[in-house]
Design a protein around this ligand. Structure first.
Ligand code: KG4
Ligand code: ZN
Length: 329
């Protein structure tokens, strides 16, 4: 079956076309309009989704070598995310489903990220642990079996990607800051500046204190040592992720660990986690780079799996700004 995946939860318009587990196309239109504001402006994000969604679907169909008539299922992100952005994708998907007389399913964005581990191949064996790190979320999730999630830890304040973006802004790097911090960090000296590795207790995370430590440093010394600030902020931010994950791996005795969400594109984080895998004997799973940040293939994949098990969604479903994995209807 061919599934069309539509993702508009934040500032990327993304379309994926999937045939079973094989990706036939996966296209993303990133909104550069937010760069000059140093963060996503919700109203502008929604307007841009409206502009590009139809042409982007056409591009995706062309790359996939199929037409709308070949689509067997339409999967769209219904949340969590920005309301105005979500509504563009959701309304478009509903209209398409009615026009084409095809089934439709509203998909949870976080479940989409988790399913990037299963795109293309079989993915990790159940039960497995997922470290989900993005611009909006930082969570440690135990996936007991398919569709059975226990969120064992989460951030108590900022998300990890959000901290990368805020620190980048603070030191004068463009939005989204994660990739820029990573790039500058490569040239910085570890240990040259001491930032704390925050602790939030058990399996939780915290980034507000670290962000404030960088702010105080910049207020006192300025941002001329860009690379050192980036390297040492990144080291503290990523160490926290790995320390908490290690504790959970040892406590729970899991054998497979997945790393998903935009921050999983960070090579230093991937390396740290691979090292953790060697130390603890568990296998680390990381999606290909194009599936780390928001994409349509992951929404197609998660939607297709849920549809197969539970059937489609009613056309009267709403977008949801928040929805934990345990709350997916
Ligand atoms: O999953 P995603 O595309 O969107 C959300 O669901 O939030 O994640 C975007 C986040 C941004 O905060 C971005 O700065 C961060 O992922 N990110 C990175 C890297 N690439 C993207 N953070 C650190 N290092 C990277 N290489
Ligand atoms: Zn995301």
């Amino acid at each position: 079956m061919i599934t069309l995946g539509i993702e508009t939860s934040c500032d990327e318009t993304a379309i994926g076309i999937l045939e079973d587990r094989r990706v036939r196309s996966n296209v993303v239109s990133s909104q550069i309009v937010h760069t000059k504001y140093g963060g996503v402006v919700p109203e502008l994000a929604a307007r841009n989704h409206i502009k590009v969604i139809v042409p982007l679907v056409n591009v995706a169909l062309e790359i996939a070598g199929c037409g709308l008539r070949d689509i067997g299922l339409i999967s769209v992100t219904r949340g969590p995310g920005l309301m105005g952005s979500l509504l563009v994708g959701l309304s478009y998907a509903k209209a398409l489903a009615v026009a084409l007389k095809k089934p439709f399913i509203g998909t949870n964005h976080l479940e989409g990220h988790i399913y990037t581990l299963h795109v293309g191949g079989k993915g990790p064996a159940y039960p497995y642990l997922v470290l989900l790190v993005s611009g909006g979320h930082t969570e440690l999730v135990l996936v007991k079996k398919e569709f059975n999630y226990v969120t064992i830890g989460r951030t108590v304040d900022d998300a990890c990607g959000e901290a990368f973006d805020k620190v980048a802004k603070l030191i004068g790097l463009p939005y989204p800051g994660g990739p820029y911090i990573e790039k500058y960090a490569l040239k910085g000296q570890l240990g040259a500046i001491r930032f704390p590795v925050p602790k939030a207790g058990r399996y939780d995370f915290s980034y507000a204190g670290l962000k404030t430590a960088v702010l105080y440093y910049v207020q006192q010394y300025g941002n001329s040592r860009l690379a050192d600030i980036a390297a040492n902020f990144q080291e503290s931010a990523l160490s926290q992720l790995v320390q908490v994950t290690k504790k959970a791996v040892l406590d729970l005795g899991v054998k497979d660990v997945g790393l998903v969400g935009g921050v999983s594109a960070n090579q230093t984080l991937q390396n740290k986690l691979l090292k953790l895998g060697q130390e603890t004997g568990c296998q680390i799973h990381v999606p290909d780079r194009e599936y780390c940040t928001d994409n349509g293939a992951m929404i197609a994949m998660a939607g297709a799996r849920r549809y197969k098990r539970f059937g489609g969604s009613n056309l009267n479903i709403d977008a949801v700004a928040r929805e934990d994995l345990e709350e997916i209807p």
